[in-house]
Design a protein. Sequence first.
Length: 280
Amino acid sequence: MSRPLRHNARLVRACGAAFIPFLLGACTPGPGVMADNAAEAQAEAESARWTPPPSVSWQWQLSGALDLSVNADVYDIDYERTASADIDALRDSGRHSICYLSAGSLEGFRGDAGVFPEAVLGNTMEGWPDERWLDIRRTDVLLPIMAARMDLCAAKGFDAVEPDNVDGYANDTGFALTPEDQLSYNRAVADLAHDRGLSVGLKNDLDQIPDLVETFDFAVNEECFRYRECEAYKPFTDADKAVLHVEYEGPLDFCAESRQIGLSSLLKPLDLGPAREACG
């Protein structure tokens, strides 16, 4: 950072008014200094954000009355249905919260559903009749909506955000989305979270993990053991970043391998209510 002119007043007095243009030039930071300052500011912002540590215990609940009695250090819960008082209660007990929202689809029951123009709405998601894919190329429309949602997350006191459905390019969305479209959108969504002091998790989107691991602070995965995909999360675990993982069926026979590769694993019903079995 440049030194204020008042610190060099004695030089001006000594050299006269002709010295001032030289002094002003000397006080203007060069590109290298400006880059260093930007890097320092980014590092400070990153260090100020809470991020879930590797192997952290967690609870994921998106339906039913919120059960705050679960023995978990981190709660991943809905951005609309969760009250600020619930977030305060978690914080008061030394726990943290992740704000769940969908960034790649419209859920018809959301309070802001009416602000999505028909032009950005694609095919209905398979298995979810009240949910439609979004045209993520329309960042002019979608990013302000996502920013408003994250403003709500921040105002309620959440520590992080989990943007869901960020792999539309690999699904039948009704739009000709490319991998590059998805990378650009996902990075923009991550920036929205970081701008609000929130850490951000990459939900699924396994094929793009190598390109996104530096942008995202942790990962959330569904059923990587069932589909034999857990090895894809090695870039996150190698970077000492948490991978919050859930399976929906079968016994807890994946826990030994989960611990070995550094995942935080749960077995839950598909409705994502309060019921939960965790790997110890």
